[in-house]
Design a binder for this molecule. Structure first.
Ligand SMILES: Nc1nc2c(ncn2[C@@H]2O[C@H](COP(=O)(O)OP(=O)(O)OP(=O)(O)O)[C@@H](O)[C@H]2O)c(=O)[nH]1
Ligand SMILES: [Mg+2]
Length: 422
């Protein structure tokens, strides 16, 4: 099954805690601090690969969590870093921040990588805090806790040429004639239900052709399948517009041509502006006279250049390949999607919020607090004294007083609850 859109949850690993430990052995009576550093958490990394062509794997696997860093330990042992999680996606996958729909990456070529979330930093062990004035710090830092995020993956096939036309127009047949692809071909509409890619070789050069499901009138309002798949021709440089001139499905071929173009306009201006090469298909089904009349009609009513082809007899196929190559050589490569300037992996280290609880307690939260609280190990009174000093230094006590904090008032900061006294 084909899937070209998926929403997944990603989370980088937390940093490991630093260790609080003191060297003790038979030879050393009062060894110094020897608590090691916590390891860093694993990252979340996306990699584009040619070996996938659908997001199907994400249908059931929706949550990706990288390993946490290990805690530091005594004897200055640093905790191991958590393993990264590498998420493989097909080339042409656009990644959006699910919170605001903004594009954060476009993995358009094989091997491209995107570091989406960085693992949390490991905490410092108490050995790190040793200084000339603090010989025996009794505190260490906990690892950084990372937040989980949601992203939307959208596959927008990367091809040079897109085949567009009514169902049954002969798009898949043409793809099989000009490329190495082996798409399903049958005499009923919507044989193709997901895009097929093929590589076409002409005069030692190659280009990639995408065959998408047929379009019908009203496609832009959700009729049929085609509109949904137009996303896969959004990035082509050239559209080959197939029109069944034999009218084997009983419609008027001029009308067909107009309807498809209207649907392209309704989908997007950009797609409507993409250069087109018209291919009048299934010419083998018409006698010479009828073919001549219909071509004249096309010239009179539409006036666009065209190539006449047959996927059955291979008439015009070589010419179509050569013309495609010629047109492509003049068309610039499409630019990847514009990446929006947002800090997706935002690490908020500055905000401070003060709110009041139902019981009147002052609740202090925000990124600055999260960051600072990492250094506090509450079971340790010395560390708690340090904590109170820092609250003073950071101006948080003054902020609380401005908000009405008095002696004996309750303050909650994360898991820490204390009564304030001057
Ligand atoms: N005689 C003749 N039949 C053709 C030609 N091209 C395609 N056909 C037939 O037309 C039918 C539809 O062809 P497909 O290639 O599956 O058409 P499609 O445009 O891919 O159709 P969808 O995938 O349904 O949109 C099949 O029975 C083909 O064998 C042609 O040039 N001549
Ligand atoms: Mg088809």
């Amino acid at each position: 099954m084909f899937l070209d859109r998926a929403k997944i949850i990603i989370k980088a690993g937390n940093g490991g805690n630093g260790s609080t430990s003191f060297l003790r052995n038979a030879q050393t009576a009062n060894g110094g601090p020897d608590g090691g550093e916590g390891g860093n958490g694993g990252n979340i990394i996306f990699v584009a690969t040619n070996s996938l062509n659908t997001l199907y794997d994400f249908r059931f696997h929706k949550k990706f969590v990288a390993e946490n860093g290990e805690n530091g330990a005594k004897k200055l042992q640093t905790g191991a870093n958590g393993k990264d999680v590498i998420i493989k996606v097909p080339c042409g996958t656009v990644i959006k921040d699910a919170e605001n729909g903004k594009i954060i990456a476009d993995l358009y070529s094989d091997g491209m990588t995107f570091l989406a979330l960085r693992g949390g930093n490991g905490g410092h062990g108490n050995a790190y805090y040793k200084s000339s004035i603090k010989q025996a710090p009794h505190y260490s830092q906990t690892g950084e806790i990372t937040k989980q995020r949601e992203v939307i993956l959208e596959l927008k096939t990367i091809a040079d040429v897109g085949l567009v036309g009514f169902p049954n127009a002969g798009k898949s047949t043409l793809l099989s004639c000009i490329s190495n692809a082996n798409p399903k071909i049958a005499n009923y509409p919507f044989t193709t239900i997901y895009p097929n890619l093929g590589v076409c070789e002409v005069k030692g050069q190659t280009f990639v052709v995408a065959d998408i499901p047929g379009l019908i009138e009203g496609a832009s309002e959700g009729q049929g399948l085609g509109h949904y798949f137009l996303r896969h021709v959004e990035r082509v440089r050239l559209i080959i517009h197939l029109v069944d001139i034999s009218q084997s499905d009983g419609r008027d071929f001029i009308e067909d041509y107009k309807i498809i173009n209207e649907e392209l306009v309704k989908y997007s201006d950009e797609l409507a502006k993409t250069p087109q090469l018209v291919a009048l298909s299934k010419i083998d089904l018409l006698d010479e006279q009828t073919l001549k009349e219909r071509k004249l009609r096309f010239e009179k009513e539409i006036g666009e250049k065209y190539i006449e082809i047959s996927g059955a007899t291979y008439q015009g196929i070589e010419q179509l390949k050569l013309k495609t190559l010629e047109l492509l050589s003049k068309l610039p490569k499409k630019q990847p999607s514009k990446i929006e300037e947002i800090d997706f992996d935002k690490k908020d280290s500055q905000s401070i919020n003060i709110t009041r609880d139902d019981d009147g307690a002052f609740v202090v939260s925000g990124g600055k607090i999260d960051n600072f609280i990492r250094g506090v190990v509450l079971s340790d009174t010395r560390s708690f004294a340090y904590f109170q000093n820092r609250l003073q230094e950071m101006g948080i006590i003054d902020m609380l007083k401005e908000r009405g904090l008095k002696n004996g008032g309750m303050v909650k900061i994360k898991d820490i609850v204390f009564e304030y006294f001057e």
